[in-house]
Design a protein around this ligand. Structure first.
Ligand code: TYD
Ligand code: MG
Length: 467
């Protein structure tokens, strides 16, 4: 007789343990272990059950002609850019993001463009009723698009329904946490259910050739809820980000088996849904606070696209024993490193100052090339000297206090020139790579050269102010 087995599964990482514990040994999270009944024990080849005899299959040579992954562009250019040119047939894509960020909105818009292009598109909502989805589509002006809707959560029923008629080109499942399969006894949303439901949808995609998009919730620390294994099971993971109060949204590829992982798509949430932002630099710089100390424009690269963003710093005397260091949109340890270099090599005294750093517009920067812009913003704030408003900064800073070269100098300068900037502070080697440019280039070797210049300007300003 099959015996029901009780297992304890970490709802954060999916690790299985034999007994309940307060802390998961695998990921170190507290209070994440829950009892899950996995139904009958996995069909072990126990006594009385002869092991299945393997079936031989054909092996193929590595050489041979295979068509490129067949893609269907969805027509929303910023989304196509992130996926690498459109949705690949038979692939599964996971879209994660905070609640309310706009996942459902983006995907109903994508489904509608598919339907308008004459492809069959199905939208399965496990969170909202059909009427709600319809209402939203109407508000977005997509009412007439021939998207097929359903509010369903039973994966077996969904797969059976999709199997009828022509194979859909696109299937959206919103969200994977609400789906359940009858082969597993746990409640929807638990690790085993999420994994089991994802597995069924993935198998359906591979078998039928439909592109399947799964929506995934994100926990408070930014992970896609449920087992990390789902991220490993799917072909691509996109993350939809943005500050709640801000209308900009960034779609980022975290993993992509069929395309690049460093591209971003930029959207703006408007009253009529998500709008593509074709020129993000102009948007991120649109509300610049010209002429105030502590801001520097960073000429960055996101994927293949140059992107200008404003780095804002505030350095203020602390009232606490341990000064505060707070960062939004950049790496905390990277800031610690830049601060250490400024103290050790540039004579900046920061140990009695709080330091705040913010990337404007809710953008998140990962490039080390932002070091120079951050250092300039910090020095400018400490010296109370505004930086030139027509200047951009880029360059990595080494622990020895030198500015190191970064890739794609020409593309960064071109974008800056296009947006009306006239000067750039950059690493020495970048000047030769800059090519033809009308901008005034200042190459920085040791970081102290730039910091010294900013400090001197602060002193001059201070003197003039006194008279
Ligand atoms: P939604 O797509 O439901 O988010 P998710 O599926 O990620 O939870 O987006 C909900 C938010 O978007 C909600 O706060 C309202 C806002 N919104 C607009 O600002 N304009 C619109 O046209 C729509 C449809 C939503
Ligand atoms: Mg939603």
């Amino acid at each position: 007789m099959a015996r029901r087995t009780l297992t304890f599964v970490c709802q954060n990482c999916g690790a299985v343990s034999g007994r309940w514990q307060g802390k998961c040994d695998a990921c170190g999270e507290w209070n994440t272990i829950a009892e899950e009944s996995t139904g009958a024990a996995p069909q072990a080849a126990g006594p009385g059950k002869p092991p299945r005899k393997g079936r031989p299959f054909a092996l193929h040579p590595l050489a041979g002609s295979t068509d490129d992954a067949p893609r269907t562009a969805c027509g929303i250019a910023e989304l196509d850019r992130v996926t690498g040119g459109g949705f690949v047939r038979g692939s599964v894509l996971l879209v994660g993001g905070d609640p309310g960020i706009g996942k459902s909105t983006l995907l109903i818009q994508a489904a509608a463009t598919f339907a308008r292009a004459g492809h069959r598109a199905v939208f399965i909502s496990g969170e909202e009723a059909v009427a709600q989805v319809r209402l939203r589509a109407e508000r977005l002006g997509l009412g007439e698009a021939k998207v097929e809707l359903a509010a369903e959560t039973a994966v077996e029923d969904i797969v059976a329904t999709l199997g009828e008629g022509t194979t859909p080109r696109l299937v959206v499942v919103d969200s994977i946490q609400t789906m359940w399969t009858s082969s597993i006894e746990s409640a929807p949303g638990t690790v085993s259910q999420v994994r089991g439901s994802a597995d069924l949808m993935i198998r359906y995609a591979k078998r039928s050739g439909a592109a399947v998009i799964l929506v995934g919730h994100v926990t408070k620390d930014g992970q896609i809820a449920g087992p990390r294994v789902v991220e490993h099971m799917v072909d691509a993971v996109l993350s939809f980000e943005g500050e709640g109060t801000n209308q900009f949204r960034i779609l980022r590829a975290v993993k992509n088996r069929f395309g690049p992982t460093d591209e971003i798509g930029v959207f703006e949430m408007t009253g009529a849904g998500l709008k593509e932002v074709a020129n993000p630099s102009a948007l991120f710089l649109s509300e610049r606070d010209l002429g105030s100390p502590g801001t520097a424009v960073f000429a960055g690269i996101e994927g293949t696209r140059p992107l200008l963003v404003e780095m804002q710093a505030l350095v203020a005397p602390t009232t606490l024993g341990t000064p505060r260091r707070a960062v939004v949109g950049w790496d905390q340890s990277r800031l610690a490193m830049v601060l250490a270099v400024l103290e050790a090599h540039c004579g900046m005294r920061l140990s009695s100052h709080d330091v705040y750093l913010n990337v404007a517009g809710g953008m998140r920067i990962q490039e080390p090339a932002a070091d120079l812009a951050v250092a300039a913003a910090l020095a400018s704030s400490l010296a109370n000297a505004p930086l030139p408003t027509d200047a951009v900064y880029f360059g990595e800073i080494s622990l020895s206090g030198m500015v190191r070269p970064v890739a794609q100098a020409a593309a960064r300068l071109k974008e800056a020139a296009k947006l009306g900037f006239a000067r750039a502070y950059l690493p020495e080697t970048a000047r030769s790579e800059a090519g033809d440019t009308a901008m005034a280039l200042t190459a920085i070797g040791p970081l102290i050269d730039l910091v010294g210049e900013i400090a001197a300007q602060g002193k001059r300003r201070h003197k003039v102010g006194k008279h």
